[in-house]
Design a protein around this ligand. Structure first.
Ligand SMILES: [Zn+2]
Length: 321
């Protein structure tokens, strides 16, 4: 891969809907009417507990294949807000962090009109003072992944976006406030999430190295999700729940049993956080995330094939002829 150049100035779950269908078309005005649709990408255990009404499943096709599962769309409580849920790993956790369809998941949310995405991730702790069941709202990422598609724009159109602040600062604040007000958990604002390829956990040497850098939590799934959300001009932030001490701590050896046990305990706090955050996002919220492609497309318009413009219309339609 060539190094990036600075851009030139230029309740009822039985119904499954395959879009495009009249139901899909009916969805768009409803999302528009609320001016905001909120996506949630998380563990499959959580949305079952979210107070969604009139839910339906929408089977979305994307140029990047199918999402992890049909998306569940429902109205959140009495807010009138539509929430679109994607179980990141599939309904039965069949997708590994390397092979799961990040691009299809994010593209599908964009296609359904989502403007704000809340995510949750299970993470290991790299700090003594971040014990299991702490909630951390990270504000930085160190990418150690190796085998993932990191962009929607790898053919025919080249985009160089700033990514210095990988999460939406506004959503980070909203998530942290929500976690503090709605849960009993210890909440940490900010921190660096090291995203490794997995699926194995780290070696001790790797874990010590990450700690030496002063990084905070370690996981396998925020990359490329955060990058793709930025490319899709959606505000994106995540609440992470600590499940273990990775392998750096004396006598600690992260195991799946330990991770699953603490993930289950974190689930309630994450659900409470996401619910409070969904209610707290201001109706008229707008931020730079929503115009993040402006001035970043490095391929002249007349050099982008029409077929690519069609495929990527939900992403770049506003920027190409
Ligand atoms: Zn933002």
């Amino acid at each position: 891969m060539t190094p990036a150049l600075w851009p030139a100035p230029c309740a009822d779950r039985v119904r499954t809907v395959t879009e495009p269908t009249p139901t899909h078309h009916a969805l768009a005005p409803s999302l528009e009417a609320t001016t905001m649709a909120i996506g949630f990408i998380g563990g499959s255990g959580i949305y079952d507990a979210l107070p969604l009404r009139d839910t339906r499943e929408v089977d979305v096709d994307t140029p990047f294949g199918k999402p992890s599962a049909p998306l569940t769309v429902g109205e959140f409580g009495d807010t009138g807000r539509e929430v679109v849920f994607v179980p990141r790993h599939g309904p039965d956790h069949q997708r590994s962090p390397t092979t799961l369809p990040y691009r299809a998941n994010v593209f599908a949310l964009k296609k359904l009109g989502v403007t704000h995405v809340l995510a949750s991730n299970a993470v290991g702790s790299l700090r003594e003072d971040l014990p299991p069941q702490t909630l951390v709202i990270p504000d930085q990422i160190y990418d150690r992944t190796k085998h993932r598609d990191l962009t929607f724009f790898d053919e025919d159109v080249v985009v160089h976006q700033p990514f210095a602040d990988p999460y939406c600062g506004d959503l980070n604040e909203i998530l942290a406030d929500a976690a503090e007000s709605a849960t009993d958990a210890d909440v940490v604002r900010g921190g660096t999430y090291v995203c490794i390829e997995g699926p194995q956990y780290s070696t001790r040497a790797e874990s010590e190295f990450y700690r030496d850098q002063g990084w905070d939590v370690i996981g396998m799934t925020t990359i490329p999700e955060a990058k793709l959300a930025r490319e899709a001009e959606m505000a994106y932030a995540t609440v992470t729940g600590v499940t273990d001490y990775d392998v750096w701590k004396e006598d600690s050896e992260v195991t799946l049993d330990e991770v699953l046990e603490n993930a289950a305990k974190n689930e309630t706090a994450i659900k409470e956080t996401v619910e409070a955050a969904i209610e707290a996002i201001p109706e008229d919220h707008a931020c730079d995330c929503h115009t993040a492609l402006d001035g970043t497309i490095n391929t002249p318009d007349d050099a982008i094939p029409d077929a690519t413009k069609d495929d990527l219309e939900p992403l770049i339609g506003a920027y190409v002829e």
